[in-house]
Design a protein around this ligand. Structure first.
Ligand code: GLY
Length: 369
């Protein structure tokens, strides 16, 4: 199956780029835009060994001038030091505005490469080539680029859309199960906020998907991206509807920070979804029965609210307050009113301030204490 579709972002100016989903795209580079001769592959040390060297050689065979810059895998590298190091290497190699960046890797590589592309010589083109499920279903599409600061995640960044997104699903064959789950959580989030039909598809096929069933995984990627592109094309700069993609992330980001990024992003979001769905239920926005359905799929993916017992909710709430979503000191939450539907209030707001005591109550109920 070859899925190719376009994302159109008409809000500011006409921006449109293709997203291709197919096994084997990394070994057939016909998708490289023809006008570039100088290419910089940005990747991490693990992906470099798995796919980077091979891609570099393939490009060199086709007479491209290719450089590869890598850094240690993991969120801890998504910082100003890695950013400066790569920029310095690019300057040393005389990379000009005619250079194309290939962001080869997971979400960290995508965010870092995207941010470098956004600011290097005031902006150069890049192609997102996600190799993890998390990056395939979410972070590679939509042009959010960023690095982390000690104060919090993604605090410095830019909106900078890629030239294209190339999803080679054969990369999933080498993906460890924990990273498969990491990405599935973002797909689950997408369905919880926007798409009841595919939520139930995921619910019915959880075991097959956890066993890497190729067709079902490809369907999940495609359907998640249909949602993502639909949302981003309505609100590129995250001013209204795009904020719903942050369901589960207010708590999720705080958990990542409290764990010093030892917990995987999707795992933190899984607990975030549980707590934020529980907040929705406590506020009588989400029916109890729907909460239990959500809790049950999260459990089947391996997450129990009880795991959170050892954490300090006050510290999590404190950390949730250092976030881009905070306005006038209020922490904003995406709430859901049904599976596949977010709560939008009478003033058409997609995010809602929630009192600390409600967050605490949700946390203790989810933990079972
Ligand atoms: N991952 C959330 C967004 O792209 O807006």
């Amino acid at each position: 199956m070859n899925n190719k579709f376009f994302i159109n972002i008409p809000v500011m100016k006409e921006i449109s780029y293709p997203i291709q989903i197919k096994a084997g795209l990394l070994s057939n580079i016909s998708w490289i835009p023809k006008e570039y001769k100088k290419i910089v592959i940005i990747t991490d040390n693990l992906v470099k060994k798995m796919y980077g060297i091979q891609l570099k050689q393939l490009l060199q065979k086709k007479s491209y001038e290719v450089m590869i810059f890598s850094f240690a895998a993991g969120e801890k590298s998504k910082n100003i030091h890695t950013f400066t190091k790569i920029i310095n290497s690019m300057l040393k190699c005389h990379c000009g505005r005619d250079t194309l960046i290939l962001a080869l890797g997971g979400g960290v590589v995508g965010d870092m490469s995207g941010f470098i592309s956004a600011v290097y010589m005031r902006g150069i083109p890049y192609v997102q080539i996600p190799t993890t499920l998390l990056a395939m279903v979410d972070s590679s599409v939509g042009g959010k680029t960023a690095i982390d600061m000690i104060q919090g995640k993604n605090l410095i960044g830019a909106f900078w859309q890629p030239k294209s997104v190339i999803i080679d699903t054969s990369c999933l064959e080498t993906l460890p199960k924990k990273h498969l789950i990491n990405g599935l959580i973002e797909a689950l989030k997408m369905f919880l906020i926007y798409d009841k039909v595919n939520f139930y598809f995921l619910q019915k096929n959880t075991e097959d998907i956890l066993n890497f069933n190729k067709n079902k995984l490809q369907k999940i990627i495609y359907q998640a991206l249909i949602i993502k592109t639909s949302i981003v094309s309505q609100d590129e700069k995250d001013n209204h509807i795009r904020m719903i993609l942050n369901f589960g992330h207010t708590i999720g980001h705080a958990l990542e920070k409290v764990s010093q990024y030892k917990i995987l992003h999707g795992y933190a979001v899984a607990y975030g979804i549980l707590i934020e769905a529980k907040i929705s239920e406590i506020l009588k926005i989400l029916p109890k029965k729907q909460f239990f359905i959500i809790q049950s799929i999260i459990q089947r993916l391996g997450f129990n609210g009880g795991d959170l017992k050892k954490l300090n909710i006050k510290e999590i709430i404190k950390n949730s307050k250092i976030d881009k979503k905070v306005h006038s000191g209020k922490v904003n939450y995406v709430l859901i009113k049904n599976i596949g539907e977010v709560y939008i209030d009478a003033n058409n707001h997609y995010v809602h301030p929630v009192l600390d005591n409600i967050v605490e109550k949700a946390f203790y109920e989810v933990c079972g204490v």
